[in-house]
Design a protein around this ligand. Sequence first.
Ligand code: COA
Length: 261
Amino acid sequence: MPYSHILFEADDHGIALITVNRPEKLNALSGALVAELRDAFERVAREMSLRAAILTGSGQKAFVAGADIKELASLSAVEAREYALRGQQAFRILETLPKPTVAAVNGFALGGGLELAMSCSVRFASENAKLGQPEVKLGILPGYGGTQRLPRLVGRGRALEMLLSGEPVTAAEAHRIGLVNAVVPQPELLSYSRSWLNKVLANAPLALGLVLESVDVGLDMGLDAGLRFEAAAFGVSAATEDRREGTRAFLEKRSPAFAGK
Ligand code: COA
């Protein structure tokens, strides 16, 4: 699919940089843009040479300032439900990728922007970032997963504080409550994200995928079922060449060279 609203670049380390590129509208998510994002997430899933992804926004002001309010304004109830489901499905593809993903939150992450960031494995924010779910100010509620992922990340009380007030939090406050993993100066945001991912990508690729899957599946299970899932995944990891290489390299006091097999 040719892209008009996003940019997609891959570097030599297999890190895809996906940039929401509609800066004149603060990178607001139109339906067409969400369809392109979905295609990009599927590409990251499909292409073996791609091992991780960074999501960011174009310009210095916004990551994504939400779903496109102009489009939202005219939706019927049935259309709005479909609109929410389409976005949820796209973001779920991102969230369940067996590869690590970073939201490099370079400014406003509001509404669908915060929901997009919360669908990544981790979030790094620039010092100027503001994050919030302002939907109630528009007479609606989050439709791309905000009511579900925010309490899972920051707890029910803090999530409800943000969801009910509609007020954004600063990057520093987001860091304090665990909504973002680190805050860095804006010019360093992408290099920080890349260097974090490069450290992660030195680890065994299949083990990374199994960690992502175990955490995702486990969050929707009781502890006993989650522990069983983890044990089964642990068994799978023991059958990989990477397990042989990783344990041997430790015993031989050298760095492992993982093949992802
Ligand atoms: N949907 C559609 N257009 C949006 C948008 C959105 N979510 N957010 C910003 N824009 C557009 C503005 O309409 C404006 O377009 P214009 O130049 O054609 O008038 C442009 O982006 C710049 O935004 P502006 O509001 O002028 O910038 P600002 O610095 O004064 O304010 C924000 C920045 C983020 C505080 C403000 O744009 C805002 O509140 N946006 C909506 C956030 C929101 O409610 N998101 C949830 C949607 S469900």
